[in-house]
Design a protein around this ligand. Structure first.
Ligand code: C6P
Length: 407
């Protein structure tokens, strides 16, 4: 088991100085940093095994195909997917959800049916459904939330009837940190015949996720938030549901036979991987997953939980600070506001102290309206963050209050 000091050594960027101060990187929900093990895997693959996949019969083509398919198996095992054939590589969570909205939604959601969402969804799990609902004449419904930012399960149950075709819900909110009971929701949705999509962008990087246990129909996540590169994401889908869907993007790779006037589709998962896939990205993601496996997802979860609890507690006690989301059982993000300081000004002042946080609407504008704010600041944690870094952030917040003469 690595110590936190050893873990930090694996992330060279953490040694950087920003504005003359040691970097304190607390913007992990936006994108995580990468360990040397993942960067080395990328270089090794590009230097000695690189070629396109599933095409050439030459040696490098075979090596690349073997590595790419091994990455798929690695991803499937990491989230305990029932079958690696249901693992589709995409460019990210956003593309994964768009794939489902087009290829499933436009075909199977009918006029007059409903899509059940929550007000805490990231725009990536809202805007695709708005367009899809408009195109087929479906209704959007929203699962009510309690004042603490958790779902009101009783109120939601009343909206979940046989007219609901799909429930699309985030596993962990990127603003509130709320962890939604997705297994329970999938069970309830299936009882009324609805399909379920879970946005796992903020869950898979931070906690052990078991897709077999959750038993949704679709589950989406991104590589860059879990120590992997940008440009790769995952959509897992149930095989029978994916089989019934038409392709999303079309072109090379996703076909079986092409005639001048029509074409037939490749087997799963290739039916949904048109064109050259993100090959080196998949191999780098696989190395990132090996890193997470070595550290252990249980450890990652408990470490970031401890950091989050400390940040939540200190921020809640700080005069003038409002913290959003549930006090306990939350994911590793803490959104907050300091009275009298715009979050963008706060983020800029913290940056002067080397502390990187995010400020803005976090691609969740409806949630900002629900919270009755324009924007928030947000600190988000990962396996390489330390308790001391939270103290540095708190000192920087106090400094910002002093500079702006806020009590
Ligand atoms: N949230 C954040 O700072 P992409 O961009 O496709 O990798 O992920 C989109 C996405 C979808 N769902 C949730 C819950 C997310 O948090 C995100 C990305 C980043 O909170 C960027 S806005």
């Amino acid at each position: 088991m690595k110590t936190i000091t050893e873990i930090r050594k694996d992330f060279p960027i953490l040694n950087m100085k920003v504005n003359g101060k040691s970097l304190v990187y607390l913007d992990n929900a936006a994108s995580s940093q990468k360990p040397v093990q993942a960067l080395d895997a990328f270089c090794r693959f590009c230097e000695s095994r690189y070629a396109n996949v599933h095409r050439g019969v030459h040696t490098l083509g075979e090596h690349a195909t073997t590595d790419y398919e091994a990455a798929r198996t690695k991803v499937a095992e990491f989230v305990n997917a029932p079958s690696s054939k249901g693992i589709i590589f995409t460019r990210g969570t956003t593309e994964s959800i768009n794939l489902v909205a087009y290829a499933f939604g436009r075909r199977f959601v009918k006029h007059g049916q409903a899509i059940l969402l929550t007000p805490m969804e990231h725009h990536a799990n809202l805007v695709p459904w708005q367009l899809m609902a408009k195109s087929v004449g479906a209704e959007l419904r929203f699962w009510p939330m309690k004042p603490d930012g958790t779902l009101d399960m009783e109120a939601g149950k009343k909206l979940l009837d046989s007219s609901v075709a799909l429930v699309a819900i985030t596993h962990v909110s990127n603003v509130l940190g709320t962890i939604n009971p997705v297994r329970e929701i999938a069970l309830m949705a299936h009882q009324v015949g609805a399909k379920v999509l879970v946005d796992g962008a903020q869950a898979v990087p931070h906690m052990p996720v078991d897709l077999t246990e959750i038993d949704a129909d679709f589950y989406a996540f991104s590589g860059h938030k879990m120590l992997g590169p940008t440009g790769i994401g995952v959509l897992w889908g149930r095989l029978d549901v994916l089989e019934d869907m038409e392709p999303f993007l079309t072109g090379g790779e996703m076909i079986k036979e092409v005639y001048l006037d029509h074409a037939t589709w490749n087997d799963l998962p290739y039916k949904f991987e048109a064109g050259t896939p993100p090959i080196s990205e998949a191999i780098t993601l696989s190395a990132a997953i090996s890193y997470l496996n070595d550290v252990g997802m249980e450890w990652v979860y408990s470490h970031t939980r401890a950091l989050t609890s400390k940040a939540y507690e200190l921020l809640s006690q700080e005069p003038g600070v409002t913290v959003y989301g549930p006090a306990v059982d939350r994911g590793p993000v803490v959104a907050f506001n300091v009275a009298g300081i715009h979050p963008h000004d706060l983020a800029a002042l913290l940056d002067q102290e080397g502390v990187a946080i995010r400020a803005g609407h976090h691609c969740a504008q409806p949630l900002m309206r629900w919270l009755e704010v324009q924007a928030t600041a947000r600190a988000s944690f990962y396996l390489y963050n330390t308790m001391e870094e939270i103290d540095v952030m708190m000192d920087a917040i106090r400094m910002a209050k002093k500079v702006l003469r806020v009590a």
